[in-house]
Design a protein around this ligand. Structure first.
Ligand code: FMN
Length: 485
């Protein structure tokens, strides 16, 4: 469903009873704490903070935009009732048939209702919460979308990168190593230039989804977002950088990430990460804001990372669907389904030849459009990759650790994984760690012998039904219950 802006989305969410308003909260403790605690319940509301202490009434922060089944449905438009693997399949099919929808440029828009340039720039005007108790400081940007442009190719890139408030015109901007944003920034630095950027702080949630989606380097997040909402975005151009941003953005910061020769690095973070630890703070190039554009009574979209964050019954389907879609692009035959069980990313395959499982695994380790899974598990196609019981059974019964576990070293992984990231590695942004492939498929070479040697010890269906019929009066449902999946 296409929403003109964040306000239209909130209105719709309100109509379906999905918004809780909180008046009078402070940025030091209340907003962060309320955001964290409300995220624990499965279908929690979007929380809209207004009358924030120390800020004008109507200058709001909205959190949990996408974290319920119904709100995810507003953004993705999936049919009612679709869940789990079926929902993943539905979205994968959409991605397989994606038609990019480009943006439309306009001359003026609500984002230009208020303009501050140069010395007028004052980031302290906007509410910036301390989201987690021991964050290094308030973060103004948590659910933002930053636009950068490759200086070599002109290709646009949008990413969601957090922004720590340093002072009235400077932010820390965390472009993690390996993300396209970091590559583009460092291309400017290699040319001896600052990196131009515009950062939107509040927008229709489809734009947040687009910014955080793992589209390929040569794809365009504006076009992906347009496809997601089914309509082109309207964009304005930043007068200083020429970079595009949504004409209905609530707040837009236009500026540049400063070349280390022009401005000393500044420590960004600690910041509470989704893994449940604080990321390390270390020196990074700051972002200087040269102009601010904002709407009357702006709403900032907050999306701090949290250890416990329920996403409602829609769950994590977009990531799985993207991974599956990317696997399909490999053109490799035999990929049947993908799923997640605890820390394991699971692919079920139909084996046709020796070496096929590892061929698919090798592709998956670099081709999912994101960091490689830390634990990749391959299972045969009789195993449901989203079913913990079945996946664990495959690992315990079909996998010999001595010959079916492959440890890979020095892989690009997340800066949020504490394991293995020594202080020395963190400070040079070396986020490489080991990854594991667990081949829990029946070994192809002797699969036929396997089936002959190891026949199933489970009661067969015919005997189960006869037994259930014969003893149902004595044991009731304990004997008529179908076998666990
Ligand atoms: C709420 C949220 C916060 C995020 N924070 C950061 C961040 O601070 N730095 C970062 O590099 N990626 C962050 N990400 C992940 C990136 O936005 C995401 O991987 C995106 O696809 C990266 O885009 P890029 O490869 O085009 O740079 C965040 C994602 C979300 C959803």
């Amino acid at each position: 469903m296409a929403f003109r802006d964040l306000r239209a989305f909130i209105e719709e969410a309100e109509k379906i009873g999905e918004v809780a308003k909180v008046l009078g909260a402070d940025t030091n403790s209340d907003i962060g704490s309320i955001t964290e605690i409300t995220a624990w319940s499965p279908e929690h509301p979007m929380v809209l903070f207004d009358e924030i202490k120390g800020y004008p009434s109507g200058w709001r922060i909205a959190v949990h935009a996408l974290d319920s089944y119904k709100r995810a449905q507003l953004v993705y438009g999936f049919p009612d009732g679709l869940k789990g693997g079926e929902l993943t399949r539905w979205w994968r099919n959409k991605l397989d048939n994606l038609t990019p929808i480009g943006y439309q440029e306009v001359e003026d828009g609500p984002a230009f209702e208020n303009i501050q340039n140069g010395d007028e720039v004052d980031l302290y005007k906007f509410p910036a919460p301390l989201w987690h108790q021991k964050d290094a400081g308030p973060y103004l940007v948590s659910g933002g979308a930053s636009v950068l442009q490759d200086p070599e190719t002109g290709k646009l890139n949008v990413g969601c990168y957090r922004g720590m408030l340093y002072d009235r015109n400077t932010l820390g901007h965390h472009l993690a190593a390996g993300h396209n944003g970091q590559v583009i920034r460092d291309k400017y630095f290699a040319l001896g230039k600052n990196c131009p950027v515009v950062v939107s702080l509040g927008h229709d949630p489809s734009f947040l989804v687009a910014a955080s989606e793992g589209v390929g380097y040569h794809e365009n997040e504006f076009e992906f977002g347009g496809f997601l909402r089914g309509e082109p975005y309207e964009v304005l151009r930043g007068p200083l950088t020429g970079l595009p941003f949504l004409s209905t953005s609530e707040v837009v910061l236009e500026g540049e990430i400063l070349h280390p020769d022009n401005e000393p690095l500044r420590v960004e973070a600690p910041w509470g990460e989704a893994q449940g630890y604080y990321s390390a703070g270390f020196p990074q190039p700051p972002l200087r804001v040269n102009a601010i554009y904002h709407r009357n009574h702006p709403i900032i979209l907050g999306e701090p990372t949290l250890r416990y964050k329920n996403r409602g019954a829609a769950g994590g389907f977009p990531k799985l669907a993207r991974a599956w879609h990317m696997l399909e692009l490999s053109g490799l035959e035999g990929i049947k389904d993908v799923g997640r069980v605890g820390p394991y990313f699971v692919i079920s395959i139909k084996q046709y030849y020796s070496g096929q499982a590892l061929r698919i695994a090798d592709y998956a380790m670099s081709g999912l459009g994101d960091r490689p899974p830390r634990f990749l598990v391959l299972v045969d196609d009789d195993i449901d990759p989203n079913n913990r019981n079945q996946v664990e059974w495959a690992i315990t019964s079909r996998m010999d650790p001595a010959s079916q576990i492959y440890i890979q070293r020095d892989r690009w992984t997340s800066p949020t994984n504490p394991a293995g990231l020594t202080p020395a590695k963190r400070t040079i942004e070396d986020y490489t760690l080991g990854t594991v492939i667990i081949d829990a498929c029946k070994p192809f070479r002797w699969r036929e012998d396997w089936d002959k040697m190891f026949s199933s010890s489970l009661i067969d269906e015919d005997l189960r039904q006869r037994t259930a019929e014969k003893w149902k009066d004595v044991l009731g449902r304990f004997i008529t219950e179908p076998k666990p999946k």
